[in-house]
Design a protein around this ligand. Structure first.
Ligand code: PLP
Length: 390
């Protein structure tokens, strides 16, 4: 893909999958043997590979990251009339799954450096606006509802501040379900993301660092939770011969065909992470000294997979810079609209949200494919430089 080297005659994509390993070979084996559906050796292998990689005892493959998050909340026992703390700056899936359970999201601000949930505001909210009752659980004073879980999301691959998150959740008996869907390969203080909470969830959607077309994974050290998640995601079927189900389950299991692709992709996850980190350094180098442009970088305690590259510009430049870069055949996009501003979530509680508004007004995502070449990064940076100094 050399288009950018010669002036980007074709659009440089925001992201695209890298499929140049054993994908064809493993998928062909599934087709040849007929093991294409939701059981098969590749499902087992893929689960093992992800569990080992992340450092978790158990892994359960699911049809996508959203189902991984949903079944995790169900397995943790999230009930209607309970509340789950979520960031407002996120892709919408971790908020929607709260509603799938009939529960209520409480929206939190972001940390301006990582863009992840602001753990200090979470702590503030819990200490000032909630109360721990005699039953050992924490309740929102305003709504009187129990705070059941927190879903920290590792935004664009950057790890959230987990030490402080775990401290507050332990003190207040609140379950952590880590949305690590974007951060496979990232580390927080030397430990892989996804392995911090009671449960961690991954996505293998086409735009993620590794892909199965569509797919997800739940990881946990808790054997009972792993059993429950596997059970719920296979229609809560008690045995494989009789149609005997003991609760309302889901058809959430990942097909072997897609797991085969996952195994091939997992073989290269460290290589992909290294490339994305190298490209982050190139972006930063080419953009250094560019007036009014700040590159979102990892914190000292983090090793990010830099799933997406993000710049911050003064808000009056955001829309026009996006338009300009698109006209230069560079596919960029604004970050997600804040979830608490969307019509279906406007009436839910939010706590002191202001930095997320600044982030939304100033952030732009830049092309991030593993296949991105140095010349393309230079072309993108030169165009940003030209526009910002024009
Ligand atoms: C933060 C976040 N959570 C959840 C998901 C849902 O994953 P999926 O698209 O595989 O359902 C995604 C991405 O797609 C995501 O970016």
């Amino acid at each position: 893909m050399l288009h950018a080297l010669c002036g980007a005659k074709h659009m440089i994509p925001l992201s695209e999958p890298e499929i140049s390993g054993n994908e064809w070979k493993y998928i062909k084996e599934c087709l040849d043997t007929g093991w294409v559906s939701s059981v098969g050796s590749y499902v087992d292998k893929f689960e093992r590979m992800v569990a080992n990689y992340v450092g978790a005892k158990h892994a359960v493959a699911t049809v996508n990251g959203t189902s991984a998050l949903h079944v995790s909340l169900v397995a943790c026992g999230v009930q209607p009339d309970e509340e789950v703390i979520v960031p407002t700056l996120t892709f919408i899936a971790p908020v929607n799954v709260v509603k799938y359970c009939g529960a209520y999201p409480v929206f939190m601000d972001c940390d301006i450096e990582t863009l992840c949930i602001d753990v200090y505001k979470v702590t503030d909210f819990i200490k000032k606006e909630c109360i721990k009752r005699k039953d050992g659980f924490t309740y929102n004073k305003k709504s009187n509802r129990r705070i059941k879980a927190i879903i920290p999301v590792n935004i664009f691959g950057h790890p959230a501040d987990m030490d402080n998150m775990l401290a507050i959740s332990n003190e207040h008996n609140i379950t952590i379900v880590e949305d690590a869907t974007e951060s496979l390969g990232s580390e927080y203080r030397g430990q892989k993301t996804g392995s911090f909470g009671e449960i961690g969830c991954f996505s293998f959607n086409g735009n993620k660092i590794i892909t199965t077309g569509g797919g997800g994974m739940v990881v946990t050290d808790n054997k009972n939770l792993a059993y429950k998640i596997r059970h719920l995601s296979t229609q809560a079927k008690r045995n494989s011969i009789e149609y005997d189900h003991d609760e309302i389950g889901y058809n959430y299991r990942l097909p072997n065909l897609q797991a085969a692709m996952g195994v091939a992709q997992m073989e290269r996850v460290d290589e992909f992470t290294a490339i994305k980190r190298k490209n982050a350094l190139l972006y930063r180098e080419f953009l250094s000294g560019v007036d009014k442009v700040e590159f979102v970088w990892e914190r000292p305690w983090a090793k990010s997979n830099f799933w997406f590259y993000t710049i911050k510009v003064p808000k009056e430049y955001k829309e026009s810079l996006i338009k300009y870069l698109l006209s230069r055949n560079i596919q960029v996009r604004p970050i997600w609209k804040l979830i608490h501003t969307l019509p279906m979530y406007r009436d839910f509680q939010g706590y002191a949200i202001n930095k997320a508004v600044d982030a939304w007004e100033s952030c732009i995502n830049l092309p991030c494919a593993v296949s991105l070449r140095e010349g393309e990064i230079k072309y993108i940076a030169d165009n940003i430089k030209k526009y910002m100094s024009g």
